[in-house]
Design a protein around this ligand. Structure first.
Ligand code: F0G
Length: 457
């Protein structure tokens, strides 16, 4: 059959509260024009994030009841550890309550003031944790990613020529780790090729630098490799994931994404001494090394989710349903990041609103208008999120100004997505009348979460 269906039936439902446009105008104004400050109940289709928002399966809910809540050495821990080792292939697993806790621990151990940590593109919490430890986070996205309309298959790759230049410039001794984010969330959700992962690994190891994968969306990345990279069509997503990790010295993971869980994360490494140092920090802030800030039932849900996320029917549905939205919008002339990534559709706010300068936050203006138009909540990934240097306080345009519509896993149906497409098109038709924004108040770190905005005159 040509029609690819959601490979699940719905067993439990959650009602959606409808709102009117005039209510939404009032609500977003009260939220300081920041979509993070809306009450979720006032959102019709919530595409703020794919993180922690997955619908769990009957098998996961069943596993919750099996949770062993013993403080040390719980059965759920061994189940979790074995699922993680089976897929990631590292010797040491350090559980954390979510991805950023894994980042905080890793960078507290590795990064010293004056250090530089390159990546294809760091996620905001990753960059913030590096900077909090006194280091500098440097993004080296592929030059192909600049053009949102090109259909290159691996626009999430790192620019390895610039990586070599950077190593020469700052010296390998000042680079404690090289990261790659799969898929490249802040760079349009684009996948990273196996060839690129192999090349980054080669360069890192030639200079004696550890190489880490930010693995939040590892299963989607593995599936894109299967679909798009020669030589992988006959491999399973699990085999591809194992190969990706085989080139790395460790990984950080948020189980809120490709583990289909609502909370959780972990760090993995093959370095016994490093794992011991990480565990010492873990005990101070997260918990004992066999639960790390998670309940036994969470460990169970993650163990099951890690297996489910690698099923090909699921991954096929995932990438096809995301591409459905991106392709429909592209056909309607709406500027979107192409080809579609796995977890989100990214509107190119600079091309959508060419009359708004990056420093007048076109992505933010678009986020507000999508909410007003149809109660659709997305998030700006652009100059609000990345434009300000927290050390110097200076502001400059980010690499991109995108509006991300992240699609929670197994949550929305195709008619929900048809509604989203209609909302985006309606805003696109009246785009010439949309104004830029200014920031009224903001914190020092991760300003996009709490900043407040106003319309420019
Ligand atoms: N790395 C990447 C690539 C991420 O996308 C995220 C979270 C994290 C690390 C941190 O993980 O949330 O479990 O602490 N991304 C979410 C998002 C928040 O909306 O993209 P966390």
């Amino acid at each position: 059959m040509k029609t690819i269906i959601e490979p699940f039936r719905i067993k439990t439902v959650e009602p959606i509260k409808m709102t009117s446009e005039s209510e939404r105008r009032r609500l977003i104004e009260r939220a300081g024009y920041n979509t993070f400050k809306l009450a979720a109940e006032d959102v019709i289709i919530d595409l703020l994030t794919d993180s922690g928002t997955s619908a769990m399966s009957a098998a996961q809910w069943g596993a919750l009841m099996q949770g062993d809540e013993s403080y040390a050495g719980a059965r759920s821990w061994y189940r979790f550890e074995s699922a993680v080792k089976g897929i990631f292939g590292f010797d040491y697993v350090v559980p954390t309550h979510q991805g950023r806790a894994a980042e905080r621990i890793l960078f507290s151990v590795l990064v010293k003031p004056g250090h530089v940590v390159p990546s294809n593109t760091h996620f905001d919490t990753t960059a913030a944790n590096i900077e909090f430890a006194g280091g500098k986070a440097v993004d080296l996205p592929s030059p192909l990613a600049k053009d949102s309309s090109s259909r290159d298959p691996f626009k999430g790759d790192m620019d390895t020529e610039r990586l070599e230049e950077l190593i020469k410039e700052v010296g390998p001794e000042r680079i404690p780790v090289i990261m790659v984010t799969v898929t490249n969330n802040s760079g349009g959700g684009q996948p990273v090729s196996m060839a690129n992962i192999r090349e980054i690994s080669r360069i890192a190891h030639a200079h004696g630098i550890p190489f880490y994968i930010d693995a939040c969306r590892f299963a989607e990345n593995a599936y894109f490799i299967k679909l798009r990279e020669p030589g992988y069509a006959d491999k399973t997503p699990r085999q591809i994931a194992r190969e990706m990790f085989s080139y790395a010295d460790g990984a950080t993971m948020s189980a809120k994404k490709d583990a289909l869980a609502n909370i959780g994360g972990f760090l993995v490494t093959n370095d016994a001494e490093l794992a011991a140092r990480e565990r010492s920090l873990l005990i101070i802030t997260e918990g004992f090394p066999t639960y790390g800030g998670l309940a036994g039932r969470d460990l169970e849900a993650i163990a099951v989710g890690l297996e489910e996320v690698l099923q090909e029917d699921y991954l096929n549905y995932r990438v096809v349903s995301t591409a459905y939205v991106a392709d429909k919008l592209d056909q309607a002339g709406v500027p979107v990041m192409l080809p579609a990534g796995g977890h989100a559709v990214y509107l190119d706010a600079r091309r959508f609103l060419p009359h708004i300068e990056p420093l007048q936050y076109p992505g933010q203006a678009l986020a507000v208008e999508l909410y007003v138009e149809g109660g659709v909540r997305g998030v700006e990934i652009g100059t609000v999120m990345f434009g300000k240097d927290p050390q110097t306080g200076k502001e400059k345009p980010a690499h991109w100004d995108l509006l991300r519509l992240a699609i929670p896993r197994r949550v929305y149906t195709q008619s929900h997505m048809d509604y989203v497409i209609e909302v985006v098109q309606a805003v696109f038709e009246r785009r010439a009348g949309i104004r830029g924004m200014r920031i009224v108040s903001e914190p020092q770190f991760l300003r996009h979460f709490t900043a407040e905005f106003a319309w420019l005159d």
